[in-house]
Design a protein around this ligand. Structure first.
Ligand SMILES: [Cu+2]
Length: 166
């Protein structure tokens, strides 16, 4: 009881004395619209966490943990990003975590030849196979679970991805 009271008092005091700093922090983190054009913005601001995909990403050299993008209506993943042997044979981020009913939009860079996005285990989605810059494919994940997908032409080179819905 005593501890809780003193902690609350402390938080109050902190909030009051650093009110300006807190406001500045809030506005910059909520300001996601202005960063829409930068790929790096989306990847660097997301929290990442480790997760065992049972060897799914063993050949994927750009896999860098699960990027937490929960709470968004749409999340974009780059198709034909640099990676997996020095070419443009990667999905970035390779793994994302989203909330139910989130639409994931895959966007082709036009690099690395032809790519596609295929969920093969249950046939949930399969995109066109194309090398067109700016091409997009989207799928809305309604139910929680772990979804894995591949680029069929480059799967053996590590061009695979995952969407975790929680
Ligand atoms: Cu590919």
């Amino acid at each position: 009881m005593t501890e809780r009271f003193s902690r609350r008092t402390f938080l109050h005091a902190t909030a009051a004395s650093t009110g300006i700093a807190l406001l500045a922090g809030c506005s910059s983190s909520a300001d996601t619209d202005s960063g829409e054009n930068g790929d790096s913005d989306a990847t660097t601001t997301a929290d990442t966490e480790s997760r065992d995909f049972g060897g799914w990403f063993d050949r994927t050299d750009n896999y860098d943990g699960v990027h937490d993008m929960t709470g968004k209506d749409t999340v974009s993943v780059t198709v034909g990003a640099e990676g997996n042997g020095g070419g443009y044979l990667a999905f970035t981020p390779a793994a994302v975590k989203v909330s139910p009913d989130t639409t994931v939009v895959w966007e082709w860079t036009g690099n690395g030849g032809t790519h596609n996005v295929v969920e093969r285990e249950n046939g949930l989605f399969e995109s066109e196979i194309t090398s067109t810059e700016g091409h997009t494919f989207e799928y809305t994940f309604e139910e929680t679970g772990e979804y894995r997908y591949v680029c069929v032409p480059h799967e053996q080179l590590g061009m695979v991805g995952a969407v975790v819905v929680e």
